[in-house]
Structures are given as C-alpha cells and as structure tokens.
Ligand binder design. Structure first.
Ligand SMILES: O=C[C@H](O)[C@H](O)[C@H](O)COP(=O)(O)O
Length: 254
C-alpha cells in the first residue's frame, strides 16, 4: 500500500518536472529563433529534447536552414531524426548560440552538468559559442552548487588513468566520496562509458563555495578530460514552472 503511494508521488513529480522542462525548452528555442542565428549548438539530456521538438514543430525557413551542432550521440541522433541540418565543430568552429540543460544552477548561472555523462562535448560546443543559454525545470535552481544535485560533480576520466586520478582526488579531498559511475545492470554490466570512451567519477563535495576554483583544481590533473562545473559561461537561463502550465522564469546576467 505504502509502496503504491510512493510510486504515485514519484509519477506526479516526474509529470510536473516534464511540464517545467517543456516550458524551458520551448521558450529558449523561441527566444533563440528571434535572433536568427545561422549556427546553433544543441546540448544533451531530457530538457533539450523539448527545444529540438519546438524547432521541428515550426518547419519554417529558419528550421530548414539553421546548422545544428550536437554535443552527444543522443543529440546527433535527434537532429537527424528531426531532419534538421547536422553540422560539426570541424566545419563550424564558431557558433552563434547554444542551448543546453543542467543538473543544478546557481544564482550566477554557474552549473553542474554531466548527470547524463555528456559534459566534455557540451563544453567544447559551449566554449565555441558566443552565447550560452541554460534550460531547466525549477528544481534545478540553487543558492549554492552541491546542495540540490546530490549525485556528485561528474569528472570524465580517461580509462588508463582511472585509479591514479581516483587516488589523487581522494588525497586532495579526503572527506569526499569519489565513486565510479556504474551502468544500470539491466542495460549494461560494468561502468558507464561516455560518448568519448571514457569513465565518470562522481565526486561528492557537499556544498561548493568556489566552483571556479574547484573546477581548475580538478581539471589540471592529468587523466581528467573534463569536470562537470560550467562557470561563467551562461548569460541566460530559462527555468520552467513545474506546477503551472506554460509558465516559468527567464534570468539574464548580462
Ligand atoms: O550529461 C548530461 C548533460 O549535462 C545534461 O544537460 C544535464 O544532465 C541535464 O539533463 P536533463 O535536461 O535531462 O536534466
């Protein structure tokens, strides 16, 4: 009986989160289209699906012509499936604007990313972009990173460096839990493998007082490909309201 009640609560919370994600994805894409960019970056995850859906639904001249740069296998597939123009960083090293999801976002629009193991390509595309926009449902808004997203900061590590990087991290952060991310056993045995053939260490630091400094400290370890802390990159964010249909908030930094 109790388990049934919990299942219903979980379903309701998922449904309301989808409402928030949809508003964020649709609104950000609508906003992006207004500036008529020629090359756009598309992030990964479940919220970005709504942004791509909006573009697909509006089969305008813009949708026919805009070049879309993916940040993952997932997004590449979505772009092709939606019959949009797939581009690459090789051909388009400069991007007008990128929309991407996030796992937690603070008031300065610093974000934890990589909950879906897609951080490295996301950063490549974000750093090639003149504007970077975050889309998320309101649960992701936070006063301090590390307080809402409790699964840890994702760190992408090259497989041959796994043990030594894990050891280094434990030495630098002795009180933090550092865990190799494992796949769901029904989907794959063993660890999660990223689109780049690497592994993910989820690092539980608790509340993060200086995300920029933490990013630099971890990123400089050899064997670390990327760290899921995106600081001073986003200039705008769309947070969808989970309780009300077609509602949300846009935050602009500069
Ligand atoms: O690795 C995944 C990406 O960083 C996603 O953008 C992030 O996890 C947010 O995903 P979602 O929109 O599914 O919450």
């Amino acid at each position: 009986m109790r388990a049934g009640f919990q299942t219903i609560c979980r379903q309701l919370s998922t449904q309301s989160a989808e409402r928030g994600k949809k508003w964020a994805g649709y609104s950000a894409m609508k906003y992006l289209i207004e500036s008529k960019p020629s090359v756009i970056g598309l992030g990964s995850g479940s919220t970005i699906v709504y942004a791509i859906e909006y573009l697909k639904m509006h089969q305008t001249e813009f949708a026919k012509n805009v070049i879309c740069i993916p940040t993952s296998f997932q997004t590449r597939h979505l772009i092709l499936e939606s019959r949009l123009n797939l581009g690459s960083l090789d051909r388009y090293p400069s991007i007008n604007v990128t929309i991407d999801g996030a796992d937690e976002v603070d008031e300065r629009l610093n974000a934890i990313k990589g909950g879906g193991a897609c951080l490295f390509q996301e950063r490549l595309v974000a750093q090639a972009s003149r504007k970077f926009i975050i889309v998320a449902d309101e649960r992701k808004k936070s006063k301090q990173l590390g307080t809402k997203w409790t699964k840890g900061v994702p760190v992408e590590v090259i497989p041959m460096a796994l043990n030594t990087v894990q050891w280094q991290l434990k030495r630098i952060f002795p009180t933090s839990l550092i865990k190799l991310r494992m796949a769901t056993p029904t989907d794959k045995a063993g660890p999660v493998v990223t689109d780049n053939g690497n592994l993910i260490l989820d690092c539980h630091f608790g509340p993060i007082s200086d995300p920029g400094a933490l990013y630099k400290e971890i990123k400089c370890l050899s064997g670390v490909l990327d760290v899921g802390l995106f600081c001073n990159m986003a200039e705008r964010a769309f947070f969808g309201d989970n309780d009300r249909e077609n509602a949300g908030e846009m935050i602009t930094l500069f």
